[in-house]
Design a protein around this ligand. Structure first.
Ligand code: ATP
Ligand code: MG
Length: 491
């Protein structure tokens, strides 16, 4: 499942499968996690002498660092409904897990010298960029080791929809260019097996840079569908196309044949997009002192992308690709499960604020925000900032605010929390601001005009909340629902 930066899942969100049928996203996530959980427990119980139960295991689920708080909450709810107890579950950010893995490096054999050098430097506060190249996204962060051995995030994660599947899309476009736009929709209806098969084949071709012609078998169903429209089939269609000098069709073996240069060029746009993104980060974030790039994620194992980055950064940056780059995240997540305090500082990706209605300030506040409450004028919808975008936060950083119940018989205190991509938003209804959720604190019966201190805890992988009653110090229960469909529709 690919979710991008501003993707917002709510409990009502649905996901479409390859055939266009929808299912609730929560069900899809829950069943996927349940399947992994069942497989794990089965494997453990066939390999261990003593029986293992869910209660014996701590679970770590990884999410891309560009996911927002609501998506992480969604993942946690899905895991809980799959049967993982919430107090045995940690959510880890993928580039952090990869970075942790790189602290316990296992480089490819020929890189042994560089490994020693890297480990020596990393212990002396070196900053390094982690580039996680996955299936759907590239996720980039910059980390630094501190003197106490923990890792600090120097730059919050940014990323975009570039990864291994972007190459599959290039291949899809090629077939559509030859056989017509809707060809894969037709193929899926005729034979899903053949549709999956052509991409399974392409997956194996993607692994290496082509030095000779690349051949992909065209499934019988696809061949038939094309022949239904054009008698001579793919060969005939190619005759009139500009790409015919690079792409041909072998009727005897039913194979599409691509010249090595043409095949390698399918990676060009993605590779360039990734490098542009890296360059932009180096330029805009003044990272002159970052000389090392660590590449992780499955797509980092792709020889073409490795070569492109190596030649681009030769002489200026050092490129490190750990052994089993594709497993760096999952193996790092296991370390994270054992060492949850290994990340000491993170950088806030958003400005977090509380919706407030301060006294109206004539001349300063816009007239349209003026509202009369009781006997005074207030300025509505002000975003009172709690944490600013780009602020470096220590793990466990707490921000508190005191709220007072206005009526004696009030049963609940509500506080709307907003996030913004801007550093200094003024109002909660500005562009880039969205409601994250409403923090609700029930007030026990018989408490009159309670003063409640609400605390937001930042810096962990997931945002947390606590509340206590001033005076008595009594801890109140809180609920914060980020998945309410009313919060925001999916973009
Ligand atoms: N040796 C390889 N050569 C080329 N591509 C590869 C290789 N190994 C894996 N990939 C590609 O890497 C992608 C999978 O990478 P990975 O497992 O890191 O993704 P993911 O973490 O599931 O996705 P994301 O991080 O985007 O959510 C697939 O698109 C796959 O085709
Ligand atoms: Mg990934």
């Amino acid at each position: 499942m690919i979710l991008h930066e501003n993707h917002r899942l709510s409990r009502n969100s649905t996901i479409k499968d390859e055939t266009g049928k929808s299912l609730e996203a929560m069900t899809v996530f829950q069943m996927s996690i349940k399947h992994l959980l069942d497989q794990l427990m089965e494997t453990l119980n066939t390999q261990m002498v003593d029986p293992m139960f869910i209660k014996d295991v701590d679970f770590v689920l990884t999410v891309p660092a560009i996911w927002g708080d609501a998506s992480k909450m969604f993942m946690r709810e899905a895991a809980i409904s799959a049967g993982i107890p919430t107090d045995q579950l940690t959510i880890a950010l993928e580039p952090e897990a990869a970075s942790i893995y790189c602290q316990y490096l296992h480089f490819e054999k020929e890189d042994t010298d560089r490994t020693d050098e890297f480990l020596k430097e990393v212990s002396t506060k070196m900053k390094y960029m982690v580039v996680d190249l996955g299936g759907g996204t590239v996720d980039i962060t910059v980390h630094q080791k501190s003197s106490d051995g923990t890792l600090q995030e120097i730059l919050p994660a940014t990323g975009g929809p570039l990864g291994g599947t972007t190459i599959d899309k290039e291949f899809t476009s090629l077939i559509e260019e030859i056989a017509g736009k809707g060809i894969f929709e037709e193929l899926k209806k005729e034979s899903m097996e053949d549709y999956l098969d052509i991409f399974r084949q392409f997956e194996t071709k993607k692994r290496n840079e082509a030095t000779s012609k690349v051949r992909v078998t065209i499934p019988v169903t696809l061949d038939k569908l094309v022949k239904k429209k054009t008698k001579g089939g793919i060969s005939k269609l190619l005759e009139n196309m500009a790409i015919k000098s690079n792409v041909s069709y072998e009727s005897s073996s039913k194979k599409l044949v691509m010249s090595p240069d043409f095949f390698n060029d399918l990676f060009k746009k993605t590779t360039e997009g990734i490098m542009q993104h890296i360059d932009k980060i180096f330029k805009t974030d003044k990272l002159d002192d970052v000389n090392t790039i660590i590449m992780v994620g499955g797509f980092s194992e792709c020889k073409i992308i490795q070569k492109a980055l190596q030649s681009k950064y030769k002489g200026s940056k050092r490129l490190i690709i750990p052994d089993e780059a594709g497993l760096a995240v999952v193996k790092g997540a296991v370390y994270f499960g054992h060492l949850p305090d290994v990340i000491s500082r993170r950088v806030s990706r958003y400005t977090y604020g509380i919706q407030s209605w301060p006294e109206f300030c004539p001349g300063k506040d816009p007239e349209e925000k003026k509202i009369k409450v009781n006997n005074s004028f207030r300025c509505k919808d002000v975003m009172f900032p709690v944490i600013k975008r780009g602020e470096q936060i220590k793990v466990g950083h707490r921000k508190s605010q005191v709220f007072q119940a206005l009526k004696p018989n009030q049963t609940e205190l509500e506080c709307a929390i907003f996030v913004s991509d801007k550093e200094d938003p003024r109002f909660v209804d500005e562009e880039g601001c969205r409601q994250l959720g409403i923090l609700k604190v029930p007030i026990p019966a018989g408490t009159s005009c309670a003063e409640i201190e609400e605390t937001i805890i930042f810096g962990e992988t997931e945002i947390q909340f606590t509340a206590n009653q001033l005076g008595s110090g009594r801890i109140m229960s809180t609920s914060f629902d980020m998945l309410d469909p009313k919060n925001l529709p999916d973009p």
